[in-house]
Design a protein around this ligand. Sequence first.
Ligand SMILES: [Zn+2]
Ligand SMILES: [Zn+2]
Length: 147
Amino acid sequence: MADPKKRYDIIIRKLRENGQKITPQRMAIVKILSESKGHPSVETIHARIKQDFPTMSLATVYRNIVVIKSLGEVLELGFPDGSNRYDGNQPAPHPHVICIKCHKIVDPDLDSLDEMTEEVSRETGFKILNHRLDFFGICSVCMAEKG
Ligand SMILES: [Zn+2]
Ligand SMILES: [Zn+2]
């Protein structure tokens, strides 16, 4: 996991460089994204923001995320049911492990990823630019609850 404080500073600086106003609401969204504990959805971020900014709408949170995404500073994890989740702590593509029961998402630390990318490239002749690698399963908490 990247240092949330550093990620926060980088995202705020990028916003500034792109002529975006840094409002307290925007700072609060960036703070949550830079920590990205559990890869929050827009709804989760909105619920947290509302504690400090009760008038802030879901649409405003969404618009802010779109801006930050356009700067390449948040990774969007799209799912077929539309329940997108966000990682502002690690905006570069990386593998995820997803619990199919509680929808927890964690970042595994894989040593073999570079090797795998090279193998894919060798195998197909492609120059690899990006990847999506999701592992689906049942987390240890959900496993303990079964039965
Ligand atoms: Zn689970
Ligand atoms: Zn992640």
